[in-house]
Design a protein around this ligand. Structure first.
Ligand code: NAD
Length: 412
């Protein structure tokens, strides 16, 4: 049986706590979310019916700063998954050393079945139901799966209707509505820095390295574009409808145009079709899961041919899958570092909002690079100190930081 998302995160956490020989009395404090909110969202649908949806916001830890984490609109959203993702945010913000805690939220909904007006009403109703537990200095949501900059704009507007002008209540907003330059590409860009550093530590270069990418949304497509521009070969790509591959590498800029006109990577001229299952076992150097969680289970992990797995998605490996990859000597760049570029630039967006300043894209990218590279240096030191995997090192680094903040603030 596959371990649940939340239990998987907690097992990773426990391994790091054991490696650090942390006083067990911290365990409950570090594992348990501080607050869990579940709300019913009833909206008028365009055809006059009432639509009922369930929304969640889980606030995991705020020892290091306001709660921070994305909002996901997906039919599979449930409390277990949101708890797991909220916890991951606590550790992620600590690994890249941005002054936030961790949270996550979502609505159990298939947004493709809603009209844009219904989606806007649902988002505004969600804000109405949680506005008293969030805020620019309390809890700052952001985009995640199926939640766009436009949705973040509605979120900001609805919160501001109640509390006055407050762009810092949410990040990932459109650039023309207090968003940050560089935010849209930030997660993909951060992933690129992460794999570049990991390859360099093994004496390898991005140029010529072969990547297979599952998911061609915000993260996957920006990563593909940036990696392609660095001379990497993108040999396979997929989205929810299926995938395409080309051993010599796909022409990514043309693929992006194809997706813009057709809505999917499938049918891309000159490429062969490939299923989503096949892409995980594709012949490549680096596998990049950039869609949903739990796609690399025990069976799939045995089939992975890549030497590196770059966890662009949150929680793409099951516990069993992660263990098989470790046993097989595959270097896994853990999500709490690899995809932390998004929250890092969200921090820059929030900072700009609080200061009412606009930074240049070059400044944003330069500081993002600094945070990702610095985290890699600290991760390698922790791997050496504890003689452990990069994932355990990432959790250990984060735990030390969160525990230090918790101790210094005091429990009262
Ligand atoms: P997105 O909605 O923009 O894109 C998701 C992509 O995955 C789409 O191409 C979609 O077609 C594909 N997909 C969905 N279901 C699939 C399936 N069953 N099989 C194959 N492909 C499927 O989402 P995103 O923002 O790119 O997020 C992707 C992942 O990255 C998520 O796990 C998210 O939590 C994580 N993440 C995102 C950010 C961010 O800044 N957007 C930051 C950190 C982590």
């Amino acid at each position: 049986m596959t371990t649940s998302a939340y239990a998987t995160t907690n097992t990773f956490l426990k391994r790091a706590m054991d490696a650090l020989a942390i006083d067990p009395s911290y365990e409950v404090l570090l594992v348990t979310p501080r607050r869990e909110v579940r709300v019913e969202l009833s909206i008028r649908m365009d055809d006059g019916r009432i639509g009922n949806f369930i929304g969640y916001r889980v606030q995991h830890d705020n020892a290091r700063g306001p709660y921070k984490g994305g909002l996901r609109y997906h039919p599979d959203v449930d409390l277990d998954e949101v708890r797991s993702l909220a916890s991951l945010m606590t550790w992620k913000t600590a690994v890249v050393d941005v002054p936030f805690g961790g949270a996550k939220g979502g609505i159990q909904v298939d947004p493709t079945k809603l009209t844009e007006n219904e989606l806007e009403r649902l988002t505004r109703r969600f804000v109405d139901q949680i506005h008293d537990v969030i805020g620019p200095l309390a809890d700052i949501p952001a985009p995640d799966v199926n939640t766009s900059a436009k949705i973040m704009g509605w979120f900001f507007d609805q919160y501001s209707n109640r509390h006055g002008f407050a762009p810092g209540v949410v990040t990932g907003k459109p650039v023309s509505l207090h968003g940050s330059l560089g935010r849209e590409a930030a997660t993909g860009r951060g992933c690129l820095v992460a794999i570049r550093e990991a390859l360099a530590a093994d004496g390898k270069k991005l140029a010529g390295t072969r990547f297979a990418i599952q998911g061609f949304g915000n993260v996957g497509s920006f990563f593909a574009r940036l990696a392609h521009a660095e001379g990497a070969r993108i040999v396979a790509v997929s989205d929810v409808k299926g995938g395409v591959c080309a051993a010599d590498g796909l022409d990514v800029p043309k693929l992006v145009e194809h997706v813009k006109t057709t809505g999917s990577v499938i049918g891309f001229e000159g490429a062969l079709p490939m299923t989503n299952a096949e892409i995980l076992a594709a012949d490549c150097d680096v596998l990049v899961p950039a869609a949903l969680g739990h796609v690399i289970d025990e069976k799939v992990a045995h089939e992975v041919r890549a030497k590196y797995v770059l966890e662009a998605a949150n929680g793409p490996c099951t516990l069993e899958g992660a263990d098989v990859l470790d046993e097989r000597g595959v270097l896994v760049l853990p999500d709490i570092w690899a995809n932390a570029g998004g929250v890092t630039v969200s921090y820059f967006e929030w900072t700009q909002n609080l200061q009412q300043m606009r930074w240049s894209e070059a400044r944003v990218n330069e500081l993002l690079e600094e945070h990702m590279v610095q985290a890699h240096v600290h991760l390698r030191a922790m791997m050496k100190r504890l003689n452990c995997t990069m994932r355990t090192a990432a959790f250990a680094l984060a735990i030390e930081r969160v525990r230090a903040a918790t101790d210094l603030r005091g429990l009262g």
